[in-house]
Design a protein around this ligand. Sequence first.
Ligand code: NAD
Length: 502
Amino acid sequence: MTTTQPEAFTVHRAENNTSDVSAILPPAGHFIAGTFVPGAASTAPIDVVNPATEEVIASVHAGTAADVDAAVAAAVSAQRTWGNTTPKERADVLNLIANIIEANRAAFEAIESANTGKPAAVVEDDVTSTIDTFRFMAGASRTLTSMAGGDYATDHTSVILREPVGVVGVITPWNYPLLMAAWKIAPILAAGNSLVLKPSEQTPLSTLKLAEVLAGRIPNGILNVVTGQGRTVGQRISEHPDIALVALTGSVVSGQSVAETAARSVKRVHLELGGKAPVVVFPDADLRAAAAGVRNAGFWNAGQDCGAACRVLVHESVAEEFTRNLVSEVSTLVVGAPEAGDDVEIGPMISRPHFERVKAALSEARAAGLTMAVGGSALDGTGYFIEPTVITDVPAGAAIATHEIFGPVVTVETFSSEEEAVARANESPYGLSASVWTRDSSLSLRIPKQLDFGTVWVNAHLVLACEVPWGGFKGSGYGRDLSLYALDDYSRTKHVMINHGA
Ligand code: NAD
């Protein structure tokens, strides 16, 4: 396939390439029972780095098992009262949380941007979606019912109660730190549980900021935050006997470790893990719309998205035209630090190790003889920037098209029949999301039904709404975020049977 190599990308930077958030940083401490406290043991702090500038912008405590234990004790005590509140009372608190975040929107955007290097459009969307998540869960919790009761044994009436599960442990990733926290906190509180949350050690600041602005405004102890590493704080959350359920958004390896540990106390587990979303383009598709869709959904948040449109499977008869459109779309992406302006679309990789991982995947693809139709390299200078990349002529089973790269890299493979498209799309250890591009109404239903993914879009990709569930199959985990299904996941049902015979 022949494509013209576009002009090289450069990193747009502000003249003064720093992001000073020191005046609005949250306190460094664990948030337990409504206040910030130092760690129980003195451990070396964890530096928090701005990946666009490589500056250390804060440091937080490396929590220990004792800190988790203190947070769980606070959560157990708070849950007794919180679990007995009415849905309306809980909805009032969730709406208050939404209003407080909205009132502090600028601070959340600045902190998230400084901690992740995300462009303005991405942090704005993150905060808007965070607010909407709390508002949706406030309303949704008031609609909850359980199955109607009835008489199923003579003289016995059954009533089905829906109850909170108790204390939930939450472990969040670095790619959407505030939003992924909101996807857990909102339904967990709405269903009457309390929680102990460990943010990613790389991106704890927006979660700590949330704790700071909520301190004294919501019941103490319903939301506790312990910062630190997965192998200590995450491990203790997974094993703590008073935690009824542990919910993790993160990589497959972390999910496996959490599930293994949780099994010892027969804890419920809720896992939102990795993804490698196929984008299946049929010959009758609007090829321009499909290319524009991949430009957005493959490169949003620099591709550091579990649902990223990163693996195109296009029918061989239109592969050349589609690829030309895609290369032309991707060539116009603007890379840079968030302070460089609102035009910036692609920020840095989150950390140096992740940057090195993406670079290694690109080198391997190059060594395997694959074509870099656009991009393909790291960008020089400060910050962990990678060029937006489209790799073509990718054969079935190539490593770059089967492993999660989690960067601004889209691969293009071809197929020759409907059966092959479905089989190849499903040939993945992941099952989080996929998209199908076609104008044929029959294909638009037939293909999604055959795809083994928790979300399948038709003529769209990465469009989310709070009303509909998000979650995967296979290696992408189990459990659902968003929607009434999340409230189900964080509730338990109890059968009460009353003998009213004489
Ligand atoms: P990660 O698994 O490295 O870390 C996620 C969290 O788990 C962090 O807080 C980390 O400290 C903790 N952790 C790590 N090892 C642990 C252990 N053994 N026990 C307990 N906790 C542990 O993932 P990441 O690099 O932060 O995030 C990227 C990954 O998250 C990608 O694979 C991505 O696909 C996935 N992700 C999935 C979704 C989804 O909705 N399915 C959303 C966002 C991110």
